[in-house]
Ligand binder design. Structure first.
Ligand code: FPP
Ligand code: MG
Length: 346
């Protein structure tokens, strides 16, 4: 068993997404109906791209957090339109950012299927991302709530800043742990946190009342992204959707690598970074370089086990942030979700 697997088991709380979704099917169904209706544009090509996206729908984690978040504040009966719309805004913004991210990363796969930029082309993908962003903006405005506009304007700013800082970091091959955490918190935790906070805000709760969800989402988001970075090193096992070594091959500096770079000699550091630089260049010419020896080195030097432990620690802190909320089954789902984020296989 690799060090990674041992540490993933260390929390003793491997959670399945299914157990969090159970009991939420009416809410999820209502949200999905909303989603497919909202994407229709009346323009053939746009609807064709939408149909492809609907087929490649992801796990729907962010909208699920909005729905469970609203329930955690004690809402009973059917969820209001404002909550279903909030879940939709979050998913549209997320999908828009991923479509753009795949263009930036030259990714040819998303959610186990060919990415939009590959099936269509970069131009269609960028413009379709813009289209989704515009639909999301419309949904935000329709909430008629300045706290919501405040939340998403900050979130969009952080998303773009995080993505830019990552791109600059991989160009200069220079990103330390502190810059990594800020980048991850911008790039991923900002939107997960907004998804969480939108649960109570969409029910008319005040910003102050929604703060435990904001805090939970920020911590959860960091755990989620660290685990995402670990999946690039094969942490999810050989099966599912995520290709191995894509981030590394593009010289993206993620926690396992940063941790190891801090420990090795300056000569080894130079050697590793120069391999990554070459791999990135080769990638631009459509070639793939074998980096399995670097992945093995990162595992051997404890970068993977260390990062896994950090992810689980963030998950624990996220679960603790929920303490001010009523003790109900939905709060427990959110607590479980934090561990799922830190230990998921896809
Ligand atoms: C995935 O990261 C990317 C993000 C979480 C954010 C991307 C953000 C942008 C492109 C800015 C967009 C801004 C607006 C306002 C829409 P990753 O590449 O590490 O994850 P992956 O492995 O899933 O691709
Ligand atoms: Mg990417």
């Amino acid at each position: 068993m690799t060090k990674l697997r041992e540490s993933a088991k260390a929390s003793g709380k491997k959670v399945r997404l299914r157990s969090i979704e159970s009991g939420m099917s009416d809410d999820v169904r209502a949200y999905r109906k909303h989603y497919s209706q909202f994407l229709r544009s009346g323009v053939f090509l746009i609807d064709k791209v939408s149909a492809y996206l609907l087929k490649t729908r992801g796990k729907g984690i962010r909208p699920l957090l909005t729905l469970v978040g609203a329930r955690a504040y004690g809402h009973t009966g059917a969820l209001p339109e404002s909550t279903l719309s909030a879940a939709l805004i979050v998913e549209l913004l997320h999908t828009a950012s991923l479509i753009h991210d795949d263009v930036v990363d030259r990714a040819d796969e998303r959610r186990g299927r060919p990415s939009l930029n590959l099936v269509f082309n970069n131009k269609v993908a960028v413009l379709f991302g813009d289209f989704m962003l515009s639909r999301s903006l419309e949904g935000m405005f329709n909430q008629r709530n300045f706290d919501v506009l405040d939340l998403f304007s900050d979130c969009a700013f952080r998303l773009a800043r995080g993505e830019l800082v990552e791109a600059i970091g991989s160009r200069k091959l220079d990103l330390d742990k502190s810059a990594y955490y800020t980048m991850v918190s911008d790039k991923t935790a900002s939107l997960i946190s907004a998804a969480c906070q939108m649960g109570p805000l969409s029910l008319g709760k005040s910003v102050e009342e929604s703060l435990p969800m904001k805090q939970y989402g920020e911590l959860l988001g960091i755990a989620f992204q660290i685990r995402d970075d670990l999946l690039d090193f094969g942490a999810g096992g050989p099966r599912l959707g995520k290709p191995i070594g894509l981030d590394l091959g593009q010289a993206k500096l993620t926690l396992p690598l940063i941790h190891v770079l801090e420990q090795v000699s300056p000569i080894d550091k130079k050697r590793i970074l120069s391999r990554l630089k070459k791999s990135k260049k080769a990638g631009k010419r459509g070639k793939k370089v074998d980096l399995s020896d670097i992945i093995a080195l990162i595992d051997e030097k404890g970068g993977i086990a260390y990062s896994q432990q950090v992810a689980v620690d963030y998950a624990k802190k996220a679960a603790e942030a929920l303490q001010p909320l009523p003790d109900n089954e939905y709060r427990r789902k959110l607590e479980q979700f934090a561990y799922f984020a830190a230990e998921r296989d896809r």
